[in-house]
Design a protein around this ligand. Structure first.
Ligand SMILES: [Zn+2]
Length: 140
């Protein structure tokens, strides 16, 4: 037979356990998002195959990408992501692609990138350490 007193003790232990799990879950989440917004995250803007600009993620600003052929793209960098604010292209698909952030890029069709095909402009969020091509470093 299970006595009422034993049941209460079991309930108490379960509550304490649940509180611990809840706390570690919350703190874990917070740490994870702190890691993700670390200074090594950058926004890179490419025109064609050339790197046009690299700006740190989390420093809100706008970057105007002007090309000799008259194409103009305005890339907005926000606290946690980037988006194509405006573009001179016909289809405006890049503007419609919306914001890419560290939280949502895995769910986006284009992943880390915003692509303007007509203007050949690519915006991507990346880790500074992750994709610096070793081969491009001058061999001093
Ligand atoms: Zn476009």
């Amino acid at each position: 037979m299970v006595r009422k007193k034993d049941l209460l003790i079991v309930l108490g232990v379960l509550l304490v356990a649940a509180a611990f799990i809840g706390a570690s879950f919350l703190f874990g989440e917070r740490n994870a998002s702190l890691m993700q917004t670390g200074a090594e995250q950058v926004v890179r803007i490419y025109v064609g195959s050339d790197l046009y600009a690299t700006v740190p993620l989390g420093e809100p600003q706008e970057i105007r990408v002007e090309q000799e052929n008259g194409c103009v793209n305005v890339v907005a960098v926000t606290e946690d992501g980037a988006y194509m604010k405006s573009s001179s292209c016909d289809n405006q698909l890049c503007v419609q692609q919306g914001m890419v952030t560290l939280e949502n890029w895995q769910l986006r069709m284009l992943g880390r990138q915003i692509i303007c095909l007509p203007n050949q402009v690519v915006v991507e969020i990346a880790s500074q350490t992750q994709s610096v091509p070793q081969g491009d470093q001058p061999d001093v």
